[in-house]
Design a protein around this ligand. Structure first.
Ligand code: PMP
Length: 340
């Protein structure tokens, strides 16, 4: 008998969290068991719904929002924007989002449909440049007297994972977990999980999954921030160490090239039936490397950070993969096979 489904929620915000978990059955996990926590099951479609709720609730508690203070501004690759837009729409706040222009069109359309105001900015400039998305968001907030959410430095970001995601996954795994594989965008997920696991499962190793080109894997290995390259995976990898990111318990980092990330996300769909986004490809690729290199049967967990439906016209499109140089020209048939 399946468990009875939960009773109706009082609203969409009550559906945030308590996400399901599934064991990987068909991909090669070496001697290990690998579990995926499906954050794509949140109502806004990603792990960032959790912090949309926690950061707005914290701002309401300290008086930064509420009463006649009704405008928020954030710099976001999309998913934090969706989480914030979901909560802002439910609570009647105005939301302005500054987004780098490499982000997928589907994410931007979704944000606008939720009522957010979107300001596009350049993806090819770094911190300190006036058009860098975080600097621009801070400036807009200052000029308009709005609340700058700033997930990169907001303690309510890791707190959502320390109080929510962490306890949930430990309970789902019966407290038995040897390694947790995480990516870092703001660092909220890794920091919150690392803090909870240090208390709840002290033997659990924290493992970083980093897109090749990001500076974070190098930071874990050498304690210094090198020069950033570029990568296509959305939502993780950084060219700086976000203030909120506490990598002190991370001992191992895997650098994953775009091609391996995207191929792994495509394999996850075919092998396990789970439609996930590009950052999940990076996390899963790192988790699989970790499992296959293990010399004993470990229990490993990672996250499906968001759903792949936003990336159907990118990484799930064979022609796009080919154009990006991320897959080989088919040896059978011709390109017309890919577009029909
Ligand atoms: N995956 C995706 C798709 C994301 O949008 C983000 C957040 N930018 C992350 C992973 C990383 O999460 P965090 O900000 O907690 O490090």
């Amino acid at each position: 008998m399946p468990l009875p489904p939960p009773p109706p929620a009082a609203g969409a915000l009550e559906l945030i969290g308590a996400t399901p978990m599934v064991r990987v059955r068909h991909l090669d996990t070496g001697p290990c068991e690998l579990f995926l926590k499906l954050e794509s099951a949140n109502p806004g479609g990603s792990i960032k719904d959790r912090i949309g709720l926690s950061m707005i609730a914290a701002a309401e508690r300290d008086g930064s929002l509420g009463g006649d203070r009704r405008h928020l501004v954030e710099a976001t690759a999309g998913n934090t924007g969706l989480g914030l837009a979901l909560v802002a729409a439910q609570r009647g706040y105005r939301l302005t989002l500054v987004i780098p222009d490499k982000m997928s069109r589907e994410k931007i359309l979704h944000l606008k449909a939720l009522g957010a105001e979107v300001v596009m900015t350049r993806s090819d400039v770094g911190k300190g440049h006036p058009e860098y998305y975080q600097d621009q968001a801070e400036r807009i907030a200052r000029e308009e007297g709005a609340f700058y959410v700033n997930q990169f430095a907001n303690p309510a970001n890791p707190a959502a994972h320390e109080a929510g995601t962490g306890p949930e996954l430990v309970a789902q795994l019966g407290g038995r977990l040897d390694a947790m594989v995480c990516g870092v965008g703001s660092g909220g997920t890794l920091t919150g999980l690392s803090r909870h696991l240090a208390k709840a499962v002290p033997g659990c190793e924290m493992v970083l999954a980093d897109p090749e080109g990001s500076v974070l894997a190098g930071y874990v290995e050498t304690g210094t921030i090198g020069k950033a390259g570029s990568w296509l995976v959305e939502g993780i990898g950084e060219d700086f160490l976000p203030p909120v990111a506490d990598l002190s318990r991370v001992r191992r980092a895997h650098r994953i090239p775009d091609r391996e990330s995207l191929e792994t996300a495509r394999a996850l769909l075919r092998a396990e039936g789970i439609l996930a986004g590009s950052s999940t490809g990076t996390l899963l690729a790192a988790a699989l490397r970790h499992c296959r290199a293990a010399d004993r049967p470990l229990r490993v967990c990672t996250l499906v950070c968001d759903s792949g439906n936003k990336y159907l016209s990118k990484m799930f499109d064979d022609l796009w993969m080919l154009e990006q140089g991320l897959s080989d020209r088919p040896t059978v048939g011709d390109l017309t096979d890919l577009v029909t």
